[in-house]
Design a protein around this ligand. Structure first.
Ligand SMILES: [Zn+2]
Length: 163
């Protein structure tokens, strides 16, 4: 596999695992030239690197670590385990490979992260969404929060101030 950083075609596989459905195999590789790590995916026996199409239409190699870093930031001090973060990332990748083969729009990844994070922790979801969507419209954020408060148990809310 050609290294996405230095373009050298010399690597070793350092980790290999398949998705839940077993359709996609993820391989963590290390370039023997520049020592940097990258990930390839294998689907139907074909190995390839996944690219992300950014908003300016440029392409960058998909980096699972970036998804995980974003999730960890959103889940800071939330009851979400490292294992759950990995599971959310797996689900995001499942979503990607259901709809895309070798290139995926960055917006699709963001939406998938939000969808899968929301199912696990609502507060982490709000944090991620507020950064990701950049909530240009404050009303949009209020709508999200209002919808969530409607779902939460009001009686479990602590009092803000004690008299
Ligand atoms: Zn390299």
């Amino acid at each position: 596999m050609r290294c996405p950083f230095c373009k050298e075609d010399h690597d070793k596989v350092v980790d290999s695992r398949s998705s839940d459905s077993g359709r996609v195999i993820r391989r963590r590789r290390q370039c023997l030239n520049c020592k940097r790590r990258f990930t390839t995916y294998e689907k139907a026996g074909e190995s390839f690197k996944l690219y992300v199409i950014k908003k300016d239409n440029s392409r960058v190699p998909y980096d699972r670590e970036k998804v995980i870093a974003g999730l960890q930031k959103a889940c800071y001090k939330r009851p979400v385990s490292a294992e759950q973060v990995q599971q959310i990332s797996d689900r995001v990748e499942e979503d990607i490979f259901k709809s895309y083969d070798k290139e995926v729009p960055s917006t699709f990844i963001g939406e998938s992260v939000m969808k899968n994070l929301r199912a696990v922790d609502k507060v982490a979801y709000i944090r991620f969404a507020s950064v990701y969507r950049d909530f240009k419209d404050a009303g949009e954020l209020i709508d999200e929060v209002t919808a969530m408060i409607g779902q939460a148990e009001v009686s479990s809310q602590p009092k803000l101030f004690d008299a």
